[in-house]
Ligand binder design. Structure first.
Ligand code: HEC
Ligand code: HEC
Ligand code: HEC
Ligand code: HEC
Ligand code: HEC
Length: 213
């Protein structure tokens, strides 16, 4: 005489399996949360052309604004169009294999598809111009771009990271290590050593609606 139907014989196995799966799920979530894929620090995708900031900025000395023309006046900094590269590459390295996709894009008029590296979720509002005209340099948020052969994400772009600077600046104004003279915005080697007169009284938002509009 059986009290339980035969089909329940497998129950302990199913329960054990479920617990195992639960454990795996927890481990996965912890690993995912702390891994660089989540924060994306270190993210450095391969680009269609191995464009080097180390060469063009570090060695040739081009200013960021030569290519990222909108950075002082608009929310987006903008990655340059093919024309900007061809200003020089119509004359320099004209038979370079690495530059073939640029020449193709120039001939066909089809824009280059650069892989996007820094990207905030749509529900976050961010504006470059407010930051750079307020005295925050590119290097504070993007690191030593002038030393990068391939651009790599240096900071987590997390809410905590934004707020850490906003609090510090609001409290210390021109004594905050994050503030520099506006004329130094693209200087990669600048180090804050002394008080800086900020261009205006700085009031970076800490309230939710400041960044989630
Ligand atoms: C000659 C043009 C040129 C100059 C000068 C230049 N860049 Fe760039 N930049 C590019 C191109 C092209 C890309 C897209 C390909 C890549 O990521 O390498 C890019 C990408 C970037 C990105 C990553 C964009 C993304 O997808 O998130 C950052 C950040 C950046 N540049 C910052 C700077 C800074 C800071 C300077 C000055 C120190 C600078 N760039 C100077 C052409 C330039
Ligand atoms: C102000 C001039 C100038 C601009 C603008 C410029 N480059 Fe260059 N680029 C150079 C010079 C000069 C070299 C060669 C350095 C050398 O002799 O090795 C070079 C080298 C390169 C190389 C290496 C080629 C090889 O075969 O060694 C690549 C790739 C390249 N540039 C991509 C780009 C891209 C993409 C852009 C546009 C976003 C761009 N460059 C804009 C001046 C420029
Ligand atoms: C306060 C931090 C901060 C500063 C300062 C800053 N950036 Fe950015 N940058 C970001 C963030 C955040 C993103 C992603 C924006 C998004 O997804 O809307 C980004 C994206 C970019 C991009 C790619 C997307 C775009 O906006 O077109 C480029 C190029 C770039 N920055 C260049 C620069 C340059 C050049 C400077 C200095 C003149 C600079 N940034 C200063 C935080 C900063
Ligand atoms: C290194 C310092 C620093 C970091 C990092 C930083 N900010 Fe700011 N933020 C500032 C300063 C300085 C201002 C200018 C305040 C002013 O002009 O009153 C500002 C202003 C702002 C404003 C107000 C703009 C306006 O139009 O009113 C917004 C929104 C903002 N930041 C969003 C962000 C977000 C989102 C991030 C993170 C992805 C971020 N910030 C990271 C320093 C920083
Ligand atoms: C200085 C800018 C800034 C302020 C102020 C701010 N946030 Fe955010 N918030 C962000 C950024 C940037 C992200 C995206 C983080 C990411 O992608 O890792 C974010 C993400 C979030 C998320 C999604 C969290 C997640 O893990 O996906 C929530 C919810 C949120 N914020 C709520 C708030 C609330 C509530 C406040 C007010 C107490 C607030 N935020 C104030 C910049 C800000």
């Amino acid at each position: 005489m059986q009290i339980f139907p035969r089909s329940l014989n497998k129950l302990p196995l199913v329960v054990a399996g479920g617990a195992g799966f639960g454990l795996v799920a927890v481990v996965f979530l912890i690993w995912y949360y702390f891994s660089p894929w989540f924060t994306q620090v270190g993210y450095a995708p391969k680009q269609p052309v191995p464009y080097s900031h180390r060469l063009h900025v570090g060695e040739l000395g081009l200013d960021c604004r030569y290519c990222h023309v909108n950075v002082e006046r608009a929310p987006l900094a903008m990655v340059p169009p093919t024309e900007t590269c061809m200003n020089c590459h119509q004359l320099v390295k004209t038979d370079s294999q690495e530059l073939q996709p640029i020449r193709d894009s120039w001939q066909t008029g089809k824009p280059m598809e650069w892989a996007r590296i820094h990207k905030l979720p749509d529900y976050v509002y961010f504006d470059h111009s407010v930051h750079v005209t307020g005295g925050v340099g590119c290097a504070s948020c993007h690191g030593r771009i002038d030393q990068m052969e391939r651009v790599r994400m240096e900071k987590p772009l997390s809410m905590g990271w934004c707020l850490e600077c906003h609090r510090d600046v609001k409290e210390k104004q021109g004594d905050s290590a994050f503030i520099r003279p506006v004329s130094e915005m693209t200087n990669m080697a600048f180090v804050h050593t002394d008080h800086v007169d900020p261009p205006r009284k700085l009031n970076p938002p800490e309230n939710c609606a400041g960044c989630h509009r």
